[in-house]
Design a protein around this ligand. Sequence first.
Ligand SMILES: Cc1cc2nc3c(=O)[nH]c(=O)nc-3n(C[C@H](O)[C@H](O)[C@H](O)COP(=O)(O)O)c2cc1C
Length: 165
Amino acid sequence: MARYLQLLYRSVARYEDFHPSDLDILREAVRFNAAHGITGILLRVDEQFFQVLHGPAENIEGLAARIKSDARHRHMEVLLCEEAEEASPYGNWSMAYDSLMGFEQKLGLQENGRYPEIATERARELVAVLAKTASSVDTYGSAFPYSRFPGEEDAAYLARLDGLA
Ligand SMILES: Cc1cc2nc3c(=O)[nH]c(=O)nc-3n(C[C@H](O)[C@H](O)[C@H](O)COP(=O)(O)O)c2cc1C
């Protein structure tokens, strides 16, 4: 039986705010993930990325190593990597995308100039927040124009992303 993993990381994006290169990331992610049983959500939190990846262990490990060396972000820090059920909390979405502001989840830079420490329990809470965000985008949509429309399939989302690039 294949082992499944759920991995959460945070990193600091090269660009401080949404940037068109985010759309390139999404296009690559949707194509690759759909072909490799990977699902999840990428969240822009001001200049940070939070991403959760769910899928077969080998695929998740290989992808995380590639993502780590991507110059579009730095300081990738794995916050949680746990065995997971085969059924994905992200449905059939290869990669969802949304944005929130740091203060909404107390994730922004602190007065001491550092990002908050995220211990295991907090990381589990964040995984739940990300799963809820993905499901809410799937049901109600998002104010963020680069998110998926409710129920939008991979192919339609890809075509829209190509048009936005
Ligand atoms: C924040 C971030 C998230 C990414 N997420 C994914 C992803 O979920 N799936 C994916 O295939 N590539 C993702 N990428 C892109 C990969 O890092 C890499 O560029 C892409 O897989 C192509 O790899 P290659 O140039 O080795 O073929 C992401 C990159 C960044 C910066």
